[in-house]
Design a protein around this ligand. Structure first.
Ligand SMILES: *Cc1c(COP(=O)(O)O)cnc(C)c1O
Length: 396
């Protein structure tokens, strides 16, 4: 009697081979699942997706997402982290988990634009009101708070105009009134300052972080994280996260895990290059103002100096008001190494022109600026590129 060959249809699915345990390599393995298989009915009934004690379903965590969550919590100085499909989703998760109809939300006037748009559109439609405050004037935050205020967003540095607020003063105002504080920590990335240890015993309650930027570092992944130190607050966010089904893909989690070991080095290199290029710009005659929180004279520089040990490789150049916007556009088009595109912290340096009129309520900015984000190219080449584009566009 010959043993019959197993039917591949079944044998390839229910294969008896298991590789040996104990494989170690510099990077953790990648686990992919929608379905998680339970050993028996008792285990299935006893499933618990509220903690990292086990596995229930791909959406609620795999070894890969748990590993990334733990590393981001460490980076931020938090205790618990949730992963979401983008940085913007990290903002949306916080808003949607913590606010209900009748509540009011306060957002800095210089916040990441889509944070404000979410409040103006979806949240407003659900009966959640919002107000914008001037992050550089703590009194304007205090004045905006009403009994309906349930959440205050902070952002440091501000988006595009790069003002660095007095985080401790803003947190203190919210804390004294028992209002939760969420920080968009994308710029600081857990490197420039400690969101959960701002000094004087002050901390934010929630840090939202676009892992798309520094933690990924590749310009090829979209992901966000929401980090907390309070277990009850974490669970509130986790329930909402679970019910809204905002999981992340294993390949994306792997890409971020792979990039994390080089994050401090990349942040430091992009910081150094950013300051060099910003200083070069500061000496150019076409420039009205340089917006880089680590440079004296930039709005909130003194707050940056008292909160931070580093800065992101990101700054804006406000051009002399007499220079026509078309000429500034021509300058950006003439750049060769700097590419034109949103996002930042990847390997490729980027430039984006913004018209300032109408972008802010307080103070009202005028003219045009170009926001530069440093990639990982040689900074002398980036200076040369800026110089040739000024000449090519007739600005120099
Ligand atoms: C990019 C960015 C986000 C959003 O991240 P995405 O992953 O692109 O959605 C949020 N906040 C800040 C400050 C950002 O720069």
């Amino acid at each position: 009697m010959t043993t019959k060959k197993a039917d591949p249809a079944t044998a390839l699915i229910h294969h008896p081979y298991h590789p040996p345990q104990g494989f170690e390599a510099p990077q953790p393995g990648v686990f992919k699942a929608s379905t998680v298989i339970f050993p028996n009915v008792a285990a299935l009934r006893a499933r618990n997706w509220k903690s990292k004690s086990g596995y229930t379903y791909g959406l609620h965590g795999t070894p890969t997402t748990f590993t990334l969550e733990e590393r981001i919590a460490t980076l931020e100085g938090g205790l618990q982290t949730l992963l979401v499909p983008s940085g913007l989703a990290s903002i949306a998760l916080v808003d949607m988990a913590l606010l209900k109809a009748g509540d009011e939300l306060l957002i800095p006037d210089n916040a990441y634009g889509p944070n404000k748009e979410l409040a103006r559109n979806e949240l407003a439609g659900w009966g959640i009101t919002h107000r914008f405050y001037d992050a550089m004037d703590p009194a304007s935050l205090a004045a905006a708070i009403t009994p309906a205020t349930k959440l205050v967003w902070l952002e440091a540095a501000g988006s595009v105009t790069m003002e660095f607020p007095d985080l401790r003063a803003l947190v203190r105002i919210a804390r004294e009134r028992g209002i939760l504080v969420a920080l968009d920590n994308t710029w600081g990335a857990g490197i420039a300052f400690d969101a959960f240890d701002l000094g004087e015993g002050l901390a934010v309650d929630i840090s939202a972080h676009a892992l798309t930027k520094y933690p990924s570092g590749g310009g090829d992944v979209l992901m966000g994280a929401v980090t907390t130190r309070d277990e009850a607050l974490h669970l509130k966010l986790k329930f909402a996260h679970m019910r809204m089904g905002w999981g992340v893909g294993a390949n994306d989690a792997e890409a971020v895990l792979r990039a994390l070991p080089s994050l401090p080095l990349r942040y430091a290199a992009q910081d150094a290059a950013g300051r060099r290029l910003a200083q070069w710009w500061a000496a150019q005659p076409q420039v009205a103002q340089l917006l880089h929180p680590a440079l004296p004279g930039s709005p909130g520089h003194e707050h940056w100096a008292s909160h931070c040990r580093a800065a992101a490789g990101l700054f804006s150049v406000v051009f002399d008001e007499r220079i026509a916007a078309e000429r500034i556009d021509a300058f950006v088009d003439a750049l060769r190494l700097f590419k034109l595109g949103y996002s930042w912290a990847g390997p490729v340096s980027l430039a984006v022109p913004y018209a300032l009129g109408g972008m802010r309520e307080r103070p009202a900015w005028k003219g045009a600026l170009v926001r530069f984000s440093l990639g990982l190219e040689n900074v002398d080449d980036l200076i040369a590129d800026s110089e040739q584009a000024l000449k090519a566009s007739g600005l120099a």
